[in-house]
Ligand binder design. Structure first.
Ligand code: IMP
Ligand code: MG
Length: 178
């Protein structure tokens, strides 16, 4: 297994992730039966989780992609920028936002605000990870994979300055720079 020096320890193995994603998929399959939802992937961090998750949801759906940017290195940078698609795509739909992590909560508050203004029929959020101890604004995901402590993680979509997204597990990051 490829374990770069920046991985202090493995937090969730590929098997653990797969197992939990399967459970979330079963829950979403039950909750969205007969609803024809629109699943929205928040780029880029959620892309691995998203592609695993949608294949576990057994109902008709559409998918699309949005973007939110705030992190610089391991620090959450000031403003959150949200890039959405056309309002017509969301209006009247049962929308499920799929995000990698809820950290300070600011991204998801902004995303929910922006999408909420487009008048979806319903709006729910799925997060693979939740770091509630880091919250600076109030937000609770409707579905959560795992709750974690205040750790900076990499792998399985999670990056540090754009790297490590391809690791097939989630690891705790530590800097190897002097
Ligand atoms: P927010 O602070 O809840 O707005 O989260 C903003 C974004 O920061 C998340 O969508 C992630 O992309 C990123 N992020 C937060 N915590 C971590 C982490 O531990 N590793 C990698 N990215 C993170
Ligand atoms: Mg993100």
């Amino acid at each position: 297994m490829y374990v770069p020096g920046e991985v202090e320890r493995v937090l969730f193995t590929r098997d653990q992730l797969e197992e939990r994603v399967k459970q979330l998929g079963e829950q979403l399959t039950r909750d969205y039966a007969g609803k024809d939802p629109l699943f929205l992937c928040v780029l880029r961090g959620a892309v691995v989780f998203f592609s695993d998750l949608i294949r576990e949801v057994e109902c008709p759906m559409n998918i699309d992609f949005i973007r939110a940017v705030s992190y610089i290195g391991t620090e959450s940078g000031g403003e959150v920028t949200v890039d959405l698609m056309k309002a017509g795509d969301v209006s009247g739909r049962e929308v499920v936002i799929v995000e990698d992590i809820c950290d300070t909560g600011r991204s998801l508050v902004e995303i929910n605000k922006a999408l909420g203004a487009m008048k979806p029929k319903s709006l729910k959020t799925v997060c693979l990870l939740d770091k509630p101890s880091r919250r600076t604004v109030e937000f609770k995901p409707d579905y959560t994979g795992f709750v974690i402590d205040d750790l900076f993680v990499i792998g399985s979509g999670f990056d540090c300055d754009g790297r490590f997204r391809n690791l097939p597990y989630i690891g705790v990051y530590h800097s190897i720079e002097e």
